[in-house]
Design a binder for this molecule. Structure first.
Ligand SMILES: NC(=O)C1=CN([C@@H]2O[C@H](COP(=O)(O)OP(=O)(O)OC[C@H]3O[C@@H](n4cnc5c(N)ncnc54)[C@H](OP(=O)(O)O)[C@@H]3O)[C@@H](O)[C@H]2O)C=CC1
Ligand SMILES: O=C(O)C1=N[C@H](C(=O)O)C[C@H](O)C1
Length: 253
């Protein structure tokens, strides 16, 4: 099985290039904009050529190119593992459209523990009424991260909303409070994003009521956990029917 890596010189791209052979698959090569590809990795001229040379492509690049990439993958019939965060609603609509033609595993976070966290968050939210329990999500990442709140924080917000029988859009997002914000809205979901140093990824979900708080935290210490998860998803996706899948599908959760 040949797996291609978009953005092979990125923080995730380099780890993915190591994890593909470790999983017994062949590295089909990668695309890059700058720097040098890891030793032995073929460089493909563009994302379409990468799809042509691969049985499955893994993409952890930038939201600006997500739409172009999913369309190119669908045009070439190549299954796609999409880990890029910060996608807009229109980008996500393009992902869903492309998934009518190819299998796409789109996950905010490929770490198994985070996917369990998402399932637990939904159950906690179903049990803790929004009139009493304010849901707040705090995340911290390395200083190079370009989007906020993180894709995982948004996924946690969506899980909380789903547990409450609504959507994040309908519940309302309170993000980046500053100045005279007024009192917190009942039932809204709060987000705070911290950036600094080389933090790999930390997410805390807090349910705060008048007389008790309950919180759950996930910490990643090594971003290789995302790379092994994404390669596992790539092996799983080969030969699957077209459709939009999540990491929970891959893990059988
Ligand atoms: N779902 C998950 O489990 C995880 C998701 N992520 C997400 O993956 C993405 C990448 O993260 P990370 O590896 O840390 O980021 P990096 O900035 O280290 O790497 C991004 C890669 O994408 C390339 N790239 C950036 N912009 C473009 C573009 N417009 N066209 C083509 N290639 C482009 C970069 O090339 P160049 O260096 O030349 O700019 C680089 O190779 C982020 O969205 C991040 O949030 C990260 C970890 C886990
Ligand atoms: O940019 C990162 O580093 C990460 N991005 C993902 C996100 O936005 O949630 C996953 C993980 O938190 C690391």
């Amino acid at each position: 099985m040949r797996i291609g890596i978009a953005g092979i010189t990125g923080r995730m791209g380099r780890l993915l290039a190591e994890e593909v052979p470790a999983a017994g698959a062949a590295l089909a090569g990668g695309t890059l904009r700058s720097g040098a590809a890891p030793a032995g990795a073929a460089v493909l001229p563009d994302f379409g050529a990468l799809c042509g040379a691969s049985d499955v492509v893994i993409d952890f690049t930038h939201a600006h190119v997500a739409r172009t990439h999913v369309q190119a993958a669908a045009d070439s019939g190549t299954p796609l593992i999409l880990g890029t965060s910060g996608l807009s609603a229109d980008d996500e609509a393009a992902v869903a459209e492309a998934a009518k033609r190819i299998p796409i595993v789109y996950a905010a976070n490929f770490a198994p523990g985070v996917n369990l966290f998402l399932a637990i968050a939904e159950r906690m939210a179903a049990a803790l009424p929004p009139a009493q329990y304010d849901a707040e999500i705090v995340e911290m990442h390395h200083r190079q991260k370009v989007d906020a709140p993180s894709g995982t924080a948004v996924a946690l917000g969506r899980a909380v909303a789903a547990g409450r029988g609504t959507t994040l859009e309908a519940a309302g997002k309170e993000s980046g409070r500053d100045g005279h914000t007024g009192a917190r809205g009942t039932g809204t979901i709060g987000f705070a994003a911290l950036r600094g140093g080389q933090v790999v990824g930390e997410h805390t979900l807090i349910f705060a009521a008048a007389s008790e708080h309950i919180s759950l935290t996930h910490r990643s210490f090594d971003r290789r956990v995302y790379a092994t998860g994404a390669v596992r998803a790539a092996v799983w996706a080969k030969g699957k029917a077209a459709g939009l899948y999540s990491m929970k599908d891959v893990l059988g959760m």
